[in-house]
Each structure stands twice: as C-alpha cells, then as structure tokens.
Design a protein around this ligand. Structure first.
Ligand code: FES
Length: 276
C-alpha cells in the first residue's frame, strides 16, 4: 500500500518534470515563513503515514510549483562548484545529496520542486532522479519548516528511555502537535529514527536555519528530561545557544557508567597483531 502510494506520488511529479526551469533567479518569492499542518485529527497527526504525507507528497501550491524561479545564490553556487569538483565528471550525480543540503539550507529548511529541478539540471539527470533522493531521505523537508526544526528520536532505545515524555513536554510547551509549526514560525516539531547516540537516550536533534547556509547547525541534545528539553527550547527562543550533547555529563556511556573494556582484553585473539 505504502509502495503504491509512493509510486503514484513519484509518477505525479514525473508527469510535470519536463516543465522549463526559470534561470538566474533568487529565492522563492512567495514561500510562507512556516508551513501549517492541515487540519486533521490528533490521532492522524501522530501517525507515521501522516508524516509521510507532510514530508513527501507534492501538491502544487502558490509557494511551491515549477513555475516559480529558484537558483543558488552566487555564494552558494561557489559551494556547489566545490562539491562538484570532488567527483569525476561521469559520476557527478554523486554530488546530489550535498547539493540538496545546500539548497535546503539556503531555502529556510525545505526543498521546493524548483530547487530539485535546478539540482537535476546542474547534474544533467532527469528531475525524477532528484525527487527519488529528496523523498527517500528524511532529513530533506518537502514543505516549509520553522526556523528551528526540532526532531525527536522515536526509535526503541530512546522510546524505552522516555522519548514519549519528551514529545509530550515539547507539544505542551510549544502549543503544537508533532509535525506542526508554531504560529510565529519559530519551531517545527518532527521525528527522526535512531541518530546513533542511543547510549545517551532520549535525545533530540535541532536543525537551526536562522543563520542561512553560513551559520547552519544540526546539533544533538542528549540525556534529556521533560524539563531540560523545555529549557533548550527557551534558550533557542531567546536567540542563545543551548549546551550541545549530553545535558548532564560530558561523555557517551551507559547511565551507570562504563561497563566494558575496563581492563586489557585477555584473549584469545582472532589473530596475532604483534607484527602487523
Ligand atoms: S534510538 Fe535514539 S539515538 Fe538511537
């Protein structure tokens, strides 16, 4: 079912892929500062299929359609040129993800269809190839987000260590449901799967788009409690920088402390490394 839905979305985009791209343009002129989640029930808002719709499904709107001009700024085009220089000419499509990343940072945290088309044009690939990548990786947003995109880790270790309490605290404190954006366009609440610091679970990541491409950050906040995550949000609101990483210690290790590799391993070893 999900595969069928994804296929029909990609087919819909492909049908429009041949439209001309307007060149020598700057940022999308009518993009709203924040995307408002459609009015649906709370249960639906919390479902992952709803997240899929918000993140991946394209519907032409006045702020996101192929007729709107989009291009990299001259500064960012230099970054793109540097990225492209890392790959051989016949494999330059390997630059797609970093190029999309620059486009998203330039465009306040989301990728309009015109930006994806521009990437395709620069790489000499079909627009569809870029849509496939941008809709597959959850770090790419297909609709506007707030200046701070707060993503709660929703995978098992964070869940068993209290991710749902973190989510509830953020929803209550920001006055929005997951996948929503605050009225002032400052915060969007989302979810990610395991971000690789399970030992300091629960955690959130915050993508900060307040400084454009130059000052963009993507920081982890770990060992969270409902109170500490609210403090992080309040600090961001004041325009300050919260402590990055664990909120209660300076390392990544199990809650009771280190439990392995406390002494030199006794062997037997898989091979003798003496002369290696
Ligand atoms: S489960 Fe949350 S970081 Fe791995």
């Amino acid at each position: 079912m999900a595969l069928r839905r994804a296929a029909s979305q990609l087919t819909a985009l492909a049908g429009r892929a041949a439209a001309p791209i307007v060149r020598n343009a700057t940022a999308n002129p009518v993009a709203p500062t924040a995307f408002r989640a459609p009015s649906v029930g709370i249960a639906a808002q919390q479902s992952r299929s709803y997240a899929h719709v918000i993140i991946n499904q394209h519907r032409d709107t006045e702020f996101n359609n192929e007729k709107l001009a989009w291009d990299y700024t001259p500064e960012n085009m230099k970054l793109v040129t540097d990225i492209l220089a890392k790959y051989p000419e016949n494999y330059k499509q390997s630059a797609m993800i970093p190029m999309l990343d620059v486009a998203q940072q330039q465009n306040d945290g989301w990728l309009p269809v015109s930006a994806m088309n521009r990437v395709a044009q620069l790489l000499g690939v079909a627009n569809m190839r870029v849509y496939e990548v941008a809709t597959f990786y959850s770090m790419f947003n297909r609709n506007p987000v707030g200046k701070y995109h707060v993503m709660i880790c929703g995978t098992t270790p964070c869940m068993v260590r209290g991710a749902q309490k973190i989510e509830a605290a953020l929803e209550e404190h920001l006055g929005i449901k997951k996948w929503g954006t605050t009225d002032d366009g400052m915060f969007t609440l989302g979810e990610m799967e395991c971000m690789g610091c399970c030992v300091n679970a629960p955690m959130v990541v915050v993508a900060d788009y307040t400084g454009g491409t130059k000052d963009y950050t993507y920081n982890y906040y770990e060992d969270l409690t409902p109170d500490s995550v609210k403090k992080i949000v309040d600090t961001l609101k004041r325009g300050e920088k919260p402590k990055v990483g664990s909120q209660i210690r300076d390392k990544a290790e199990p809650a009771p402390g280190q439990t392995t590799l406390l002494e030199p391993p006794t062997g037997p070893y898989c091979r003798d490394l003496t002369d290696a």
